[in-house]
Write a protein that binds this ligand. Structure first.
Ligand SMILES: Cc1cc2nc3c(=O)[nH]c(=O)nc-3n(C[C@H](O)[C@H](O)[C@H](O)COP(=O)(O)OP(=O)(O)OC[C@H]3O[C@@H](n4cnc5c(N)ncnc54)[C@H](O)[C@@H]3O)c2cc1C
Length: 494
């Protein structure tokens, strides 16, 4: 797929968009599995890490274990839950060990991507954020690793009276480095993983911190240790083995829990609540504040290491209020119950602003395209869109598990194209697929966090049978993706 470049235009075989955990993983897979491929990773920000670069609020950490959130090829040697800083250090080591630095171009924001069937390549319009310069790249294949939300700004709903609040309003995605919250009254709106991370990190310093939630969220609690890993370390087992063994064990356990959550939701619900009751005791109204309306696993279940969120509530430095906001006041928030929450700082941990394919304007042979009109091939390619793969990871399992699976898939697909002498691969519905019922990108009945349901109309659709399904199921993908028949007629080659 290599080709000549026009003057001033840089051409690569594969262009990776974004240098988060997916883009860096894509680069490693290319080096390991397609060493002859020329590739670059373009990143809009001034450094790598994506999510872990953007989210710099106090205590920012993973909510899944790093044995599976880490890559399969780079052992994780720390405690299971890691801080943003530790994840960035891990990624820095990966970049160094794979000599990826020379492939990374920072401050390169891709604004437009145009496919030409005649040239069989993508042309990308890029703006350098530091100099304002316009650049053009061409690529045989696009590996989209731009994540799923806008990095510049988070999602903040509007509430009545926001403008009259006299204190500070902060979104965790734009955390002011100099924010002084010592001895301040803080209200955090939201009950997701971000709120659960911020609150224990800020509680020891604030006068008081309150989690204000409209409705409860499920949390797992437990010690931030992996006993199996610790035992294997004591036995002096090599780090690569420990990584693989612990990954398998965690995935086995998680698979069983996910299956149980579907089959015996009440039992799983009780188990999760019991962990919280143990910390907060019988007098705390756990049912009101921590028993969600939805089924366990219908939204991501965040792990709260050492129950730190609940320890803060127990100690009295933090509290939780389950109510709706009527309006902001000069000094805080008036609730629908009539109560007032006084605050110096209000943190809107209200989630992300979902975007599709990095807000890049896509065109195919001169026609602007809308991904919402496409049907996905296995949750990673799209009907009518040539030579493009998107890494949309797992929510119920670690995102990165899919980075590795897609890495193998892309390498196999590119090799298959070489073997067929093809320069273009495009998914298209086959005659037997016409009339197939079309479903949303992620079925709300299956998984329904706010940022996804708000943005579903923007996302591609899926079908009701393979290879047009986007299952979000690591446990079926790990056998189905490597076995996918690349000649089943759903992928057209030219
Ligand atoms: C606070 C937080 C905690 C999370 N914790 C977990 C967890 O514990 N476990 C888990 O599995 N998942 C977690 N997630 C989900 C998480 O986003 C993913 O797991 C993962 O980090 C996403 O990686 P990514 O590389 O695909 O995307 P991102 O991290 O979003 O990175 C995408 C990169 O692409 C760049 N980019 C986007 N558009 C363009 C463009 N047009 N041109 C150039 N560059 C562009 C962005 O600047 C960014 O650097 C968490 C998410 C958040 C926000």
């Amino acid at each position: 797929m290599s080709g000549h470049s026009e003057p001033g235009v840089e051409h690569v075989d594969v262009l990776v968009v974004g240098a988060g955990i997916s883009g860096i993983g894509a680069g490693c897979h290319l080096l390991q599995q397609r060493p002859e491929a020329q590739f670059l990773i373009l990143e809009a920000m001034d450094d790598f890490g994506g999510t872990w670069q953007t989210h710099r609020y106090p205590g920012a950490r993973s909510d899944s274990d790093l044995f599976t959130f880490g890559y399969r090829f780079k052992p994780w040697t720390g405690a299971p839950i890691a801080t943003a800083e530790q994840i960035l250090t891990y990624l820095a080591e990966v970049i160094e060990e794979h000599e990826l630095e020379s492939r990374l171009r920072y401050q390169h924001e891709i604004r437009a991507a145009r496919w030409s069937s005649e040239q069989q390549r993508w042309t990308l319009e890029v703006i350098r954020r530091d100099t304002g310069e316009s650049l053009v790249f061409t690529a045989g294949f696009l590996w989209m690793c731009q994540g799923y939300y806008r990095h510049a700004e988070g999602y903040t709903p509007t509430w009545d009276g926001m403008e009259r609040f006299g204190g500070k309003i902060v979104h965790p995605q734009n955390w002011p480095e100099e924010l002084d919250y010592a001895d301040k009254r803080v209200v955090v709106i939201g009950s997701g993983a971000t709120a659960a991370t911020l609150i224990p990190a800020m509680a020891p310093v604030c006068e008081h911190i309150t989690m204000l939630q409209r409705s409860p969220t499920f949390f797992f609690t437990g010690a931030n240790v992996n006993e199996l890993a610790d035992t294997l370390r004591e036995l002096d087992i090599p780090a690569e083995w420990i990584h693989e063994i612990v990954r398998r064990k965690i995935l086995l356990d998680q698979g069983q829990i996910a299956a149980m959550a579907l089959e015996f939701p009440d039992l799983v619900r009780e188990g999760l609540l019991e962990g919280i009751r143990e910390i907060l005791g019988p007098d705390f109204d756990t049912d009101r504040h921590f028993n969600p309306r939805y089924r366990p696993w219908q939204q991501r279940i965040a792990f709260v290491p050492d129950g730190d969120l609940f320890q803060g509530i127990k100690a009295g430095s933090a509290s939780v209020v389950t109510d709706e906001i009527e309006s902001f006041t000069e000094t805080g928030i008036r609730l629908q119950s009539g109560a007032d929450l006084e605050a110096d700082i209000i943190i809107t941990a209200t989630g992300f602003d979902l975007n599709v394919l990095g807000d890049i304007a896509f065109e195919i042979d001169g026609t602007p395209m809308d991904f919402a009109d496409t049907v996905t091939y296995r949750g990673m390619m799209f009907t009518g869109v040539p030579n493009l793969v998107w890494v949309f990871g797992y929510f119920r399992a670690s995102w990165t598990l899919r980075v590795d699976l897609i890495g193998d898939f892309v390498a196999r697909l590119l090799a298959h194209m070489d073997a067929r002498g093809a320069a273009t691969v495009t998914p298209a519905l086959r005659p037997e697929d016409h009339g197939m019922p079309l479903l949303p990108w992620v079925e709300p009945e299956n998984f329904n966090p706010g940022y996804l349901t708000r943005g579903l109309h923007l996302l591609p659709q899926q079908g009701d049978h393979d290879p047009w399904r986007h299952t979000q199921d690591y446990w079926s993908d790990k056998t189905d993706l490597p076995a996918a028949d690349l000649d089943d007629g759903a992928l057209g080659y030219r």
